[in-house]
Design a protein around this ligand. Structure first.
Ligand SMILES: Nc1ncnc2c1ncn2[C@@H]1O[C@H](COP(=O)(O)OP(=O)(O)O)[C@@H](O)[C@H]1O
Ligand SMILES: [Mg+2]
Length: 215
């Protein structure tokens, strides 16, 4: 593969994303950077592992009917994946959008809850569930897609699931003045997506909140 071209669209703590063309389809190439502070062998191992995990979970989530970007290519040696570029705002954009009607935002958050419930019911945790890792390719009224699954797990315990929920609750509280209604909408959606696990996972999220507060 030749060196990827295209503008950098995002440079996070871990990875750089570049806009590329995949046989005519708009795509993003995600490349995990080397971390100078980690010993080289460990750094290589971690970058490979996260690249592999991300790819597996992207595909496994889709199998559950939970939307994720289509995987186009993977280069484990160079810690790169090429995936479909999804259009649309992230949940973070929606939470910060001053003109979006509140009931649209509520529906968006509810749809997010349903999607996360399905992911959890199917045995996958996300592991880094911030509002920047949720995107709405069909607009705020339709099911969102998950991004950035490299910290997720395919055999999560209640703790991992509880952490996912806890992070969402914290993010909603931090980013919106009417977060109580949004958290309720999120929980209602989650209960729909994960009816069997809802009680246990919410109880764990609550315990985690208590631990964090009094730590
Ligand atoms: N497949 C995609 N389609 C559209 N936007 C994406 C896609 N993947 C990532 N992004 C955008 O790039 C940002 C960073 O990507 P992400 O995979 O979360 O990497 P990081 O590890 O830097 O958080 C996301 O928050 C989102 O805005
Ligand atoms: Mg991210």
């Amino acid at each position: 593969m030749t060196e990827p071209e295209g503008p950098t669209v995002s440079r996070g703590a871990e990875a750089r994303l570049r806009k590329v063309d995949w046989w005519g389809f708009p795509a993003l190439l995600k490349e995990r950077d080397a971390k100078a502070y980690r010993p080289k062998a460990l750094d290589e191992k971690l970058r490979r592992e996260r690249t592999r995990t991300e790819v597996r979970l992207l595909v496994d989530a889709r199998r559950l009917g939970v939307r994720t970007p289509i995987l186009y290519d993977i280069d484990v040696e160079r810690h790169r994946i090429t995936m479909e570029e999804l259009p649309g705002p992230t949940l973070r954009h929606l939470l910060e959008d001053p003109v979006l009607p509140f009931d649209s935002l509520e529906r968006a958050v509810r749809a997010f809850g349903v999607a996360l419930g399905r992911l959890h019911a199917g045995g996958i945790s996300h592991g880094d569930l911030t509002s920047s890792n949720v995107i709405y390719p069909e607009g705020p009224e339709r099911a969102p897609a998950f991004l950035d699954l490299s910290m997720g797990s395919r055999s999560p315990g209640v703790e991992e699931l509880g952490i996912d929920l806890h992070l969402v609750e914290e993010d909603l509280k931090a980013l919106h003045p009417r977060s109580d209604a949004l958290v309720r909408a999120f929980h209602a959606g989650y209960a729909d997506g994960n009816p069997a696990g809802e009680k246990t996972v919410r109880a764990r999220a609550k315990a985690i909140r208590g631990r964090v507060r009094y730590a």
